[in-house]
Design a protein around this ligand. Structure first.
Ligand code: PBG
Length: 312
């Protein structure tokens, strides 16, 4: 007896990390469904093509996802796999973020060939990161360091470090771990020192809202704990109307039926950082995000963010 074989196509960017994540989802899907064949459909996005401008300046939410979404809407692909922290809070008509997979290490990583941690860096040391969130937290803690913009995919960034352009660079630990380059991590930066971006380390899967068959295939990849954390974090960002290039940190942890959410909004120059935290039950995850955003807004987050957007 021959069983009917289904084909599922994944629209993916071509960076090493995007391909790793697409391959990961392919392997998981094929492990759970023996009658499923998964194909990758690699494509370039605007965000991949513009490499010489800080992301905050090119603007536009979803610089890295538009082409993938177009492919799904036109039926050239069935799903797209995203790093949750790069996914805009809202989705185009007809598409939805259906699945959130188990989170990898959410922390930022300190990467250097010379030094072991931020604390150890000498005055005037040059640190590479283009994330406004990382910049403001580092500047607040170490106003004596020189922060320089650093764009490109993970390998490009490491090559710039190795070429001596920086004393240290900051990357998401998850990306390095997935690419089997965890040995490049000199130390992990705890959330107290650098609060991660919403969704950092989590992979999400987008599909057409009306595609019941694909949704059925995706079901076993869902990770409830991660979904709750990411829901709380993204709700905070959404209420702050933050895009993906903003000095906002949001980090939730789940313990039993309790969620603890921490958030911050900072001026890019590190002169001001507003912080807050709150706890509640997992059922209240999104409400907690909104509540924390509102308490940050009441502290003046709106003024800080208005300045960031004006400068961009
Ligand atoms: N901004 C790009 C990006 N998007 C996701 C990751 C890492 C993996 C993840 O957070 O899931 C990275 C690289 C980085 O920030 O160093």
């Amino acid at each position: 007896m021959t069983e009917q074989v289904s084909i599922l196509r994944i629209a993916t960017r071509k960076s090493a990390l995007a391909l790793w994540q697409a391959e990961f989802v392919k392997a998981e899907l094929e492990k759970h469904h023996t009658n499923l064949k998964v194909e990758l459909v690699p494509m370039s996005t605007k965000g991949d093509k513009i490499l010489d401008t800080p992301l905050a300046k090119i603007g536009g939410k979803g610089l890295f996802v538009k082409e993938l979404e177009q492919a799904m809407l036109e039926g050239r692909a069935d799903i797209a796999v995203h790093s949750m922290k790069d996914v805009p809070v809202d989705f185009p008509e007809g598409l939805e973020l259906h699945t959130i997979c188990e989170r990898e290490d959410p922390r930022d990583a300190f990467v250097s060939n010379t030094y072991t941690s931020l604390v150890e860096l000498p005055e005037g040391a040059v640190v590479g990161t283009s994330s406004l969130r990382r910049q403001c937290q580092i500047r607040a803690a170490r106003p004596d360091l020189v922060i320089k913009d650093l764009r490109g995919n993970v390998n490009t960034r490491l090559a710039k470090l190795d070429a001596g352009e920086f004393d240290a660079i900051i990357l998401a630990a998850a990306g390095l771990i997935r690419l089997e380059m965890a040995d490049r991590i000199a130390s992990y930066i705890e959330p107290e020192e650098s609060l991660p971006a919403n969704g950092q380390g989590a992979v999400g899967i987008e599909c057409r809202s009306d595609d019941a068959q694909t949704k059925a295939f995706l079901a076993p990849l869902e990770h409830t704990d991660t979904r709750i954390r990411v829901l709380a974090e993204r709700a905070m960002n959404r209420r702050l109307e933050g895009g993906c290039q903003v000095p906002i940190g949001a980090y939730a942890e789940v313990s039993g039926d309790q969620v603890h959410l921490r958030g911050l909004v900072g001026a890019v120059d590190g002169s001001e950082i507003l912080r807050g935290e709150c706890s509640g039950t997992v059922a209240e995850a999104e409400q907690l995000g909104i509540q924390l955003a509102e308490s940050l807004l009441a502290q003046g987050a709106d003024k800080i963010l208005a300045e960031v957007y004006r400068d961009a």
